[in-house]
Design a protein around this ligand. Structure first.
Ligand SMILES: *Cc1c(COP(=O)(O)O)cnc(C)c1O
Length: 393
């Protein structure tokens, strides 16, 4: 068969039908598998071939369908599905590292990623050096000291600052490091991270892949050797595997992700354009606007899109940000992202409240900053909602 397009793969890729020929993917809600004979059980434990299973922590047919489908979308050889995005981040790092290793990471990170790198890894004798992720010179300098792994979010939360994936991969590989990219904000629809050199790509599938706010999940993608040789042994023995029910939700999410994420990105752009220059806003940040300082990089790295997130900074600080949030009627106050429902978050008092004020300042997270995750509602309604909420400020 000729190579199929992404949308076709998202609907059909990885499907394994039982003897009943079910149209929709089955949920194999089983932790174990019965063998035809003692000899077969013995053989499976010696070597489990693809498509064979022994225990759900190691693998399950529904989970395997999800892994195959997301690998097709990302353009990776293989994938291991995890219980949450953090199980994926932790698993990718822990599977790779040992005491005495050095990691170079971008400073602007999701709170729990920062906790692993800043607090947990040093407890096990891993040195972690943080750099300004958007500054290739800083990466180059830090990597002069060598590194086992490099970790960064390709688009930072909530400032939407991009890391040059291809640029950092080149420097990291020259230093002998394995590159792990947390690619949540870029989404698997727009990402080219594998082509750009990333060795491991991780997603919280809780976000755009579910896309409907139902379940926590994660996935680690890479070469077959990396996933089956390095990641799987760590994950299957430490318990962070995805449940079959979650895998089914994520499979169904993948069927529509391309349609949803493209619609969300188009609305995000329309919203950013509508808000730009508003008198109550100090700034509007969207990587798909030509005014964004990394617009060229965003075009290259996000397949000509700007992503599904918009950030804007209210001149009136926290009071103004709260007033706007409370005046929103359609857009919800929450902290999920990538959801069908549009969501406003005030990072300084929620997702990033654990950070010291100076740390927030250095990451560009002001008291007036709102992070908007754009959903699939009518964009006119979202713009009208934001306009009336801005009027209330
Ligand atoms: C949400 C998120 C995570 C963690 O994912 P969970 O599914 O909540 O465990 C990690 N990295 C980024 C960038 C995220 O947005």
């Amino acid at each position: 068969m000729t190579k199929q397009g992404k949308r076709t793969q998202l609907v059909h890729g990885g499907t394994k039908r039982s003897q009943w020929g079910e149209l929709s993917e089955a949920i194999f809600l089983t932790q174990g598998f019965a063998y035809d004979s003692a000899e077969q059980a013995e053989a499976r434990f010696i070597k489990t071939e693809p498509g064979e299973f022994i225990y759900a922590r190691y693998g399950n047919p529904t989970v395997a369908m999800f892994e195959e489908r997301i690998a097709l979308l990302e353009g990776a050889e293989d994938a291991f599905a995890t219980a949450s995005g953090m199980a994926a981040v932790n698993g990718a790092l822990m599977a790779l590292l040992q005491a005495g290793d050095r990691v170079v990471a971008a400073r602007a990170l999701f709170g729990s990623c920062l906790y692993i790198l800043e607090t947990i890894l040093p407890r096990f004798g891993v040195e972690v050096v943080f750099v300004d992720g958007s500054d290739l010179k800083a990466w180059d300098e830090a990597l002069q000291g060598g590194a086992k792994a490099v970790f960064f979010e390709s688009m930072a939360n909530p400032t939407l600052e991009l890391v040059d994936v291809a640029g950092v991969c080149k420097l990291a590989h020259a230093a002998g490091a394995t590159v792990i990219v947390d690619n949540v904000f870029s989404t698997p629809v727009f990402s080219n991270a594998v082509d750009e050199g990333a060795d491991i790509v991780v997603y919280s599938t809780t976000k755009h892949i579910d896309g409907q706010g139902r379940a926590l999940g994660g996935v680690i993608l890479g070469t077959r050797d990396m996933i089956r040789g390095t990641v799987e042994p760590f994950m299957k023995h430490t318990g962070g595997s995805m449940s079959p029910f979650t895998a089914w939700i994520m499979l169904k999410g993948l069927e529509t992700i391309d349609l949803r994420v493209r619609a969300q990105a188009a609305s995000a752009k329309a919203i950013a354009e509508a808000l730009q220059g508003h008198e109550k806003l100090a700034s509007v940040t969207y990587p798909g606007l030509p005014a964004h300082p990394q617009y060229e990089l965003a075009q290259r790295q996000l397949s000509g899109s700007g992503g599904t997130m918009v950030s804007f900074d209210l001149k009136g600080g926290k009071a103004a940000a709260f007033k706007l949030s409370n005046a929103l009627e359609t857009i919800l106050i929450s902290n999920n992202l990538g959801d069908a429902k549009s969501i406003a978050t005030h990072p300084a008092t929620t997702t990033h409240q654990r950070l010291a004020p100076e740390q927030r300042e250095s990451l560009g997270i002001g008291d007036g900053l709102i992070r908007l995750s754009v959903g699939i509602e009518d964009p006119e309604d979202l713009i009208a909602d934001l306009r009336q909420a801005l009027d209330a400020v």
